[in-house]
Design a binder for this molecule. Structure first.
Ligand SMILES: [Fe+2]
Length: 325
């Protein structure tokens, strides 16, 4: 298990970025998509001064090794520890390209990662944060793969968005128990594809749990769109939640173990709602840059502050890039 030791007086700050989806040509100095991405990242780093940068998947597309390499060189240049889990686009060509990417990333000084059993996926890692002498928080990054077969109908076998497999949930449980033994009772889980419980959380929290683009980001910071008991929620639901259709016991396991109090995902670029449901905060990370599809208003990242006793705050940081449009 990797440990990051932080003894500064201020809270430990995790900056999560998600879904850049940059192709190699977009790293060109004059490319608009690249400019928007770099302005967003550099503004966030200056504003937040993070202790760790996490990337919740879809960095690029599996066959674009040159883009992945640019990515690593770029993030290492900030001299801030960074790590990632992979998304469906990273995993879309199987394991081999991502194993090559990991091998390349491991050569970078500030990449924080441990290879796991490959049968669990390409990116499952636990990072323990020691804050002022206490094992205060663990960060799980877990691989939700690409699409997977789901049920057979007259047209053949359907595909569904990926999930955490039973073997990964076993791995997660074992790690949580190990962490408890060393006094770490709280964790953040970061995946690319939302786990199914996001659907349950949205149904509970939103007055209208259907995607609604007429709800503006600013409206979401009020109380009008939320059910009673969920007024501290914020962020928009602008597209369907692309999760695996079944929960398969994952959320019960998370609740019963009682370690993970915050879950961050990406994948849906124009969802960024944050809802506390059954004691767990469900967070759609704010998308970083305009790669693939986006809404300029929902551009930036997500900041989690951690002290000796665990997570103290979660907020989205937005970056205005209208000068580049
Ligand atoms: Fe995705």
């Amino acid at each position: 298990m990797i440990k990051l030791i932080n003894n500064s007086k201020r809270d430990f700050r995790l900056l999560n970025l998600t879904d850049p989806q940059l192709k190699i040509e977009e790293w060109d100095e004059n490319n608009q998509t690249g400019k928007i991405f770099r302005k967003t990242v550099e503004t966030l780093i200056e504003r937040v001064s993070p202790d760790l940068i996490t990337l919740s998947g879809d960095l690029s597309y599996a066959d674009d090794f040159a883009s992945y390499k640019k990515f690593a060189d770029y993030f290492d240049s900030f001299k801030i520890p960074w790590t990632c889990c992979f998304g469906n686009h990273d995993n879309q060509d199987g394991d081999e390209p991502m194993q090559k990417v990991i091998d390349e990333y491991m050569k970078h000084d500030f990449f924080v990662f441990e290879k796991c059993d490959q049968s669990l996926g390409n990116s499952n890692v636990v990072i323990l944060i020691e804050k002022n002498g206490k094992n205060s928080e663990a960060i799980f990054l877990m691989d939700t793969h690409d699409r997977v077969p789901y049920k057979e109908n007259s047209c053949g076998i359907n595909q569904a968005w990926g999930k955490l497999t039973a073997e990964q949930l076993n791995w997660y449980e074992k790690r949580v128990l190990e962490l408890k033994e060393i006094g770490c009772n709280e964790s953040i889980l970061i995946t690319h594809i939302p786990i199914n419980a996001y659907i349950q959380a949205a149904k509970s929290a939103f007055k209208n749990p259907q995607p609604d683009k007429s709800v503006k980001l600013s409206d979401s910071y009020g109380t009008n769109i939320w059910n009673a008991g969920y007024e501290d929620s914020y962020g928009v639901l602008h597209e369907p939640i692309s999760a695996y259709p079944e929960d398969e016991g994952a959320f019960d396991l998370i609740c019963n173990l009682g370690s993970t109090k915050n879950i961050i995902c990406g994948h849906n670029h124009v969802n960024n709602w944050v809802v506390k449901y059954n004691g767990v905060r469900f967070i759609f990370g704010t998308k970083t840059g305009c790669g693939s599809y986006w809404e300029p208003e929902i551009n930036g990242g997500t900041v989690v502050a951690v002290n000796e006793n665990g997570v103290v705050s979660v907020n989205h940081e937005y970056v205005d890039v209208s000068d580049l449009l």
